[in-house]
Design a binder for this molecule. Structure first.
Ligand code: ME8
Length: 513
């Protein structure tokens, strides 16, 4: 379980179970999976946490409108999320549900600690409440229509007795934290947004509810349940066993990164670190907020009926086409538009043409020239230097981009090397070498192409793992892809003597429009 290896702990948000997983949920989770696989490739001890946010009025209301027990709804939806993640190849280490007893105990433990430290006090709360977002808003935060600044739906005036978290006490400590660690919030635009938000002054936060029942009881006053966000955020420590504060917690906390969408940045970059500080715990190392996917009709919403179901995309095109598209299309952190047209263009250009063709044409040539068998030769030909150098340097280039989670740029680096290999074939013209009987040179050229593909294959494995497995099995490796490490991926000359390449159907057939 615990080892001496460097640990890497990453999380996704816990998704609400009042609806099916959609493309946005799939995005954060695929991104997290890619990052988890990447760090495993680097030999790190990775802990990847995801799960479901199952308390709160929204979930209770959804169960009521479906006419089912709330527990039944959350059980069914948690299974549905797990099912979709399995189809998308998500390799989480733990799937946490906020209705689990260990999580409930952890939430009560943390809240009691914050209370004992003097940062929770009773008071009266009056304010404009948005039920779908489970958030109170001040008059200043709304315009005259009194609609929720986030979801634009009407808010209602509510008044209740409540317990408050002294968020206001943490403005200075948060600013100091950010000053010490300027990468605490990424990308930089989000950091600036958070800094101005904190500088405007922080209000104390109502953290208890009494108007409904589906939640975790406040441990020191059972008439109240805990505000769903206060409950859900704590998953990040209950998922690594803060309850027992043993080896697992010591190994993985603080988290290396919380991956989230930009919609929930304040909860993660302001409230959550303040809660941890109030309990005397370390804040996470980084919050990385990605952009927003829209679709042809603009913002995706149930009411517009334009929500994209990731399973439909996967059923139609396959999981790696989906993964590649969402990881490659948009620089991580920016917004993007999900359209079938863009997905098809991207697939045909990068996957069918560049990568698929490279494998297919070189496989066909090898079949013709040497019965699909490679001869291992380490070339010192001047015409090969650039190609070999670029292939050998590829892992380092990818690593530079992945250090700041730039998935799209990392893929771009890989595809530049693929492009180089395609050009290399055009320039070297193996068919001419064959015709003129230059067999030694032909062997060298063919080996270079497949050895480059071996490195490419390892580097694409975190992004499109199924394709990498298939490619690996075709290019004649003797050991498994799972045994490859980042450290020796770029060592030139690893494809064995007399590797036999198998030529099969194209990896990615062109999608006809
Ligand atoms: O907010 N584009 O859950 P949630 C990109 N339970 N990402 C999107 C997206 C879109 N159109 N729509 C959703 C909650 N997401 C809380 C979180 S965490 C302690 C509690 C992704 O089901 C993105 O990661 O509304 C966003 O932050 C998350 O889904 C919100 O999921």
């Amino acid at each position: 379980m615990t080892t001496d290896k460097k640990s890497y702990y990453l999380t996704t948000p816990l998704y609400y179970v009042n609806g099916k997983p959609h493309i946005g949920h799939a995005y954060t989770t695929v991104v997290a999976d890619t990052l988890a696989r990447y760090h495993r490739l680097k030999g790190e001890d990775v802990f990847f946490l995801t799960g479901t946010d199952e308390h709160g009025q929204k979930v209770e209301g959804e169960a009521r409108s479906r006419g089912v027990k709330t527990q039944e709804l959350v059980d069914e939806m948690a299974l549905e999320f797990k099912d979709v993640w399995q189809k998308l190849g998500i390799t989480f280490d733990r799937f946490i549900r906020t209705t689990e007893s260990a999580h409930i105990d952890t939430v009560q433990k943390l809240i009691r600690k914050i209370y004992d430290n003097g940062y929770i006090y009773p008071g009266d709360y009056q304010g404009w409440y948005c039920t779908p977002c489970e958030t109170y808003w001040t008059e200043e935060q709304m315009d005259e229509g009194k609609v929720c600044p986030d979801c634009k739906r009407p808010t209602a005036m509510l008044s209740e007795k409540s317990y408050f978290f002294k968020l206001s006490a943490f403005a200075e400590p948060l600013l100091r934290l950010i000053e010490k660690n300027p990468n605490f919030v990424r990308p930089a635009t989000r950091l600036n947004e958070i800094v101005s938000f904190i500088k405007m002054g922080l209000n104390d936060l109502s953290i208890s509810r009494s108007s409904f029942e589906w939640g975790i009881p406040v441990p020191f006053d059972e008439d109240y349940i805990i505000y769903v966000w206060f409950d859900a955020l704590i998953n990040y420590i209950s998922g690594v066993d803060y309850l027992n504060e043993g080896d697992v917690f010591k190994k993985y906390w603080p988290a290396d990164v919380h991956l989230i969408g930009k919609d929930i940045i304040k909860f993660h970059a302001v409230i959550w670190p303040a809660m941890l500080m109030a309990a005397g715990l370390e804040p996470p190392k980084q919050i990385y907020a990605h952009g927003w996917w829209t679709t042809a009709g603009g913002k995706m919403s149930k009411s517009r009926g334009n929500v994209i179901d990731p399973m439909n995309v996967v059923d139609e095109y396959g999981v790696d086409i989906f993964r590649y598209f969402i990881l490659r299309e948009i620089p991580f952190g920016l917004d993007g538009s999900f359209t079938k047209e863009a997905l098809i263009l991207r697939t045909n250009a990068d996957l069918a043409n560049d990568l698929g063709n490279l494998l297919h044409r070189s496989g066909a040539m090898l079949k013709k020239y040497s019965a699909s068998r490679l001869t291992r030769t380490i070339s010192s030909h001047p015409d090969d230097r650039e190609l070999i150098k670029r292939a050998v340097n590829l892992p380092g280039k990818v690593d530079e981009k992945m250090a700041d989670l730039q998935f799209s740029l990392a893929l771009k680096e890989i595809w530049e090397v693929i492009g180089l290999a395609n050009k290399y074939i055009d320039t070297m013209a193996p068919w001419k070498l064959f015709k003129s009987g230059q067999h030694d040179r032909l062997d060298e050229v063919m080996y270079n192409i497949f050895e480059l593909l071996r490195i490419v294959c390892i580097m694409i494995s975190p992004f499109i793992p199924g394709t990498a497995e298939e490619l690996w099995s075709r290019i004649g490796n003797s050991d498994s892809l799972a045994k490859q490490t980042f450290a020796n991926a770029g060592e030139w000359g690893k494809l064995p003597y007399s590797a036999t390449v198998s030529v099969k159907d194209p990896l990615f057939p062109r999608i006809e429009v």
